[in-house]
Each structure stands twice: as structure tokens, then as C-alpha cells.
Design a protein around this ligand. Structure first.
Ligand code: ZN
Length: 95
């Protein structure tokens, strides 16, 4: 646990600490890994209020928690994380 910031948000993938403006939310680290999906919140530059999907379903090996924008971009570039398409968004809405 870092003591650099009042609120620390640690990325579950790269373990970097970010200064949170809210519990679990920081600039550049404001998305949550939740099972098979990553939910972006306000503050995430790459997944602003969007949901992305792990290509491998639950086998991505990351614990639930916050993930930073750099890691999201890395996972997207590697094809491990699928950005929301209109088709997926519509499917989610119908669930
Ligand atoms: Zn990270």
C-alpha cells in the first residue's frame, strides 16, 4: 500500500499506483475488471462509460479490481480485450 496519495487506486495488471479523486477512481485508472468484462467509468480516457469484453472470457488471469488506461490499451492492441461494438452494446441493452 502506497502512502503517496490520500486515495490510492492500484492497477490490477501493472500494479502502478494512481492518485484517486474518489474511491476506486483515478485519472487514467478508472475502469473495473469484473469477471469477463471491464467497465469504464468517468475518468477513463479509453473506456469512458463503456464496457469492454475479455476475448478469453474468464480466463484472463486478472483479479477483479481497477485497471489503468495503459493496460486497457495494451490488452486491446493484443486482441485480448474487445472494445464495445454497436452490436455488443445492443446485446447488453437487451439483457
Ligand atoms: Zn495498468
Amino acid at each position: 500500500m502506497s502512502e503517496k496519495f490520500d486515495i490510492v487506486v492500484t492497477c490490477v495488471r501493472c500494479r502502478q499506483d494512481f492518485e484517486g479523486f474518489n474511491e476506486g477512481q483515478a485519472d487514467e485508472c478508472a475502469a473495473d475488471v469484473r469477471g469477463e468484462v471491464v467497465r469504464g467509468h468517468y475518468g477513463s480516457a479509453v473506456l469512458d462509460m463503456e464496457t469492454a469484453f475479455f476475448a478469453d472470457g474468464k480466463d484472463h488471469g486478472l483479479p477483479d479490481g481497477q485497471i489503468c488506461d495503459a493496460c486497457i490499451e495494451h490488452l486491446c492492441a493484443a486482441g485480448l480485450l474487445l472494445r464495445p461494438t454497436q452490436e455488443l452494446e445492443e446485446k447488453l441493452r437487451s439483457l
